[in-house]
Design a protein around this ligand. Structure first.
Ligand code: 3EB
Length: 343
């Protein structure tokens, strides 16, 4: 049996729910594997959340994860995790003010503990990471804070002997307006299949004009998640062609370019799997720098994909800063489809 044979993979499932639906699930005595809530901590107290203002009408939402029944919880250093023996969800919240170190050192420590938690649970492979940094575009003593974060993150990958280039996990990195450095991740026992975007330079190969250390992520990751399904995790995607930001100051054109990039990543992913992922069938999170742009971005999605598209109706819009000052919008997504990966 091949290592990727889905018969050997206990099922992992993810559902996008409204806050009330996810709370109902919890009170029904059916605690899920984990959840990632999109909204303020005041709305969501029982799951790790993304501490950002929700701009969509449906209010706070959550991605609720289900795994097998034998779930173990634990902590490793600063990481809180849940694991079913094959899949693992982890969360880190670290406050610079309390920890009294800069962001580079903080990121390095967070990722050091993250990799240690993977070793402890045996879920050695990182599939997807969600990074949220306070004041991402702020200056931290001569180096932008996002670039400091990249420094510490890449160093921790090196220190742990983890793939910092080809084979890096899918990820997103956004700026939140308040709170701590906040990292959420999904790991598993089997390495995912990384996917790049032919329209873009791999982020781990960005030239040094974007900072002394490259960002550490692949454009997407594919994984068999049991039950004959494949998941596609698409990293934060923006209006970047090659390595350059395009359509400065034009949120409509940036959104259109972002959708072209998403389409290109999906096409690249489809070459690696026996299924066809579809731009119109994503669960996406849309990060918008300026609150007033949210309805404009939504209109572009509707015009491009149709108002009835799953991607349009299930999108969560959050106020966030994007890692480049000139980016106005970024979209990340996941999708599940029936099929398997090409060997
Ligand atoms: C980009 O394409 C936009 O640093 O983990 C997207 C996804 C971006 C992930 C990260 C950054 C990250 O470069 C920014």
């Amino acid at each position: 049996m091949s290592a990727r044979d889905f018969n050997g993979v206990p099922p992992l499932r993810v559902q996008r729910l409204s806050l009330s639906q996810s709370l109902a699930l919890l009170s029904a005595g059916n605690p899920p594997f984990g959840a990632l809530g999109y909204g303020t901590p005041d709305d969501l107290t029982w799951m790790p959340t993304v501490n950002a203002r929700v701009l969509s009408g449906a209010g706070a939402m959550a991605d609720v994860w289900h795994a097998s029944e034998r779930i173990e919880s634990g902590t490793t250093g600063v990481v809180r995790w849940r694991c079913d023996g094959h899949w693992m969800l982890g969360a880190i919240d670290l406050d610079e003010a309390t920890e009294k170190v800069g962001l580079a050192a903080l990121a390095q420590r967070a990722y050091r503990d993250l990799f240690e938690s993977l070793e402890q649970t045996g879920c050695a492979h990182l599939l997807r990471v969600w990074n949220y940094l306070p004041q991402i575009n702020g200056d931290g003593g001569g180096l932008e804070r996002y670039r400091q974060f990249n420094l510490g993150r890449q160093q921790a990958f090196f220190d742990a002997g983890q793939a910092a280039f080809e084979g890096a996990p899918a990820a997103c990195a956004l700026g939140i307006h308040q709170g701590a450095l906040c990292i959420r991740f999904l790991a598993g026992r089997i390495a995912p299949l990384p996917v790049e975007n032919p329209r873009q330079v791999s982020a781990y190969r960005y030239p040094p004009t974007y900072g002394p250390r490259s960002p550490t992520f692949s454009r997407a990751a594919l994984a068999e998640i049991g039950g004959g399904d494949v998941a596609l995790f698409i990293s934060g995607t923006a209006s970047i062609v090659g390595h350059e930001t395009v359509h400065l100051g034009d949120v409509v054109a940036q959104t259109q370019e972002t959708l072209r990039n998403l389409g290109a990543v999906i096409a690249a992913a489809n070459e690696r799997a026996t299924t066809r992922f579809d731009l119109a069938a994503l669960d996406c999170v849309v990060y918008v720098r300026h609150v007033a742009d949210a309805p404009i971005v939504r209109r572009v999605l509707e015009e491009t994909l149709g108002a009835e598209a799953h991607t349009v109706s299930h999108a969560v819009y959050l106020e966030a800063d994007i890692c480049r000052q000139d980016l106005l919008v970024e979209i990340e997504a996941h999708a599940v489809a029936n099929g398997s990966l090409h060997a």
